[in-house]
Design a protein around this ligand. Structure first.
Ligand SMILES: [Zn+2]
Length: 341
């Protein structure tokens, strides 16, 4: 089974660029920038990854201060994007949507366009060198003003169809509910972006219907709190909204009290469309292979269940129909060769 998981053609739809920087690269680039107080790489690595669990989402989010320090130059952002795709290609990920908040990278003088173009260059170069296909999702931060979110939507619109496929809303869900950013997402919808929203990650179930009805979400990041309300689950099913679940990250951030409470089986039994993703490969110290393995061990998933997740991801991907057909064919051909279908 382990070997099959390694070789499976995979899709990643929820992956934050700043949470997925190679630790070695972070260490190297940080040492160039400042005097490091850590004894060596091992000690540093422990700081940037969550070991087994942490106490809360707040503690989890502290890990992001290190990558954000070095993701302030075009060269570094391009390199980090390229390396992530190189790593994912080694794991036979065929298609990935990488998300980032452009304005978290403008603190040392970069412009919005320079940030976005650096990511797109890294993606382009990885496609040429490894064949891995990727698209970008621009994140609006909940704790910023709606004006800032409108800027993300407006400035980013010229990249739609040129590597950018969607916008997202992320950050502190408890203090900054979806409706605060309604105007920005209305504009995003008019401009033709796809829309995915982080909602119901930290227990606030009403953020899920609000994200769908007010912010036009086609996909929901995490959505775990939907399990609390049958009406919300019914709505997700009826409107064909895909959930981007990230099991290992969700347990680390205490999105659920214990593994037994994680509702992935519950959702599948209710015929909700589930995709499984990593969230942050470095911070969560995970990979799609580890996520699948976790589901097999803890929730008795079999290979058919995993193939269903991958099939859902093909359907949920923010791709043009011709691109989706191509991706489906690429994946099916490999599964046939592996004698899995
Ligand atoms: Zn996320």
């Amino acid at each position: 089974m382990i070997n099959i998981l390694k070789e499976l053609p995979k899709i990643e739809l929820h992956c934050h660029l700043d949470g997925s920087v190679r630790p070695e690269t972070m260490f190297e680039l940080l040492s160039e920038k400042e005097e490091l107080s850590y004894k060596g790489f091992k000690e540093f690595e422990a700081l940037v990854k969550v070991k087994d669990e942490c106490n809360s989402l707040v503690e989890y989010l502290k890990k992001f201060k290190y990558p954000l320090k070095i993701m302030q130059s075009q060269e570094n952002i391009e390199r980090i994007t390229y390396e992530l795709l190189e790593d994912l290609n080694m794991q036979n990920v065929k298609y990935v949507e990488i998300r980032f908040a452009p304005f978290l990278h403008t603190g040392e003088g970069l412009t919005f366009d320079e940030v976005v173009k650096s990511v797109l260059r890294g993606m382009e170069r990885a496609k040429k060198d490894f064949g891995i296909i990727s698209n970008a999702i621009l994140i609006c931060m909940r704790d910023e003003s709606v004006e800032e979110s409108i800027k993300v939507v407006e400035y980013g619109a010229k990249y739609i169809g040129k590597g950018v496929v969607a916008v997202d809303l992320a950050g502190n869900e408890k203090d900054f509910p979806p409706e605060l950013h309604e105007e920005a997402f209305k504009l995003a919808f008019q401009k033709g972006y796809n829309i995915t929203i982080h909602a119901g990650e930290t227990g606030i179930e009403e953020n899920i219907p609000k994200s769908i009805e007010l912010l036009h979400a086609q996909r929901i990041g995490h959505g775990i709190a939907a399990a609390k309300d049958p009406k919300i689950m019914e709505m997700l099913k009826e409107k064909n909204i895909f959930l981007e679940m990230c099991p290992i990250s969700n347990l680390q951030t205490k999105a659920v009290e214990s593994i037994e409470d994680y509702p992935i089986r519950n959702f599948m039994e209710k015929w909700l469309k589930i995709t499984v993703n990593t969230d942050n490969t470095t911070v969560s110290n995970t990979s799609l292979e580890k996520e699948y393995n976790f589901l097999i061990k803890k929730f008795n998933f079999n290979i058919e269940d995993i193939l269903e997740l991958i099939d859902n991801s093909i359907e949920a991907a923010f791709l043009q129909e011709s691109e989706r057909i191509y991706l489906r064919k690429t994946i099916e051909d490999e599964l046939i060769t592996m004698e899995l279908i």
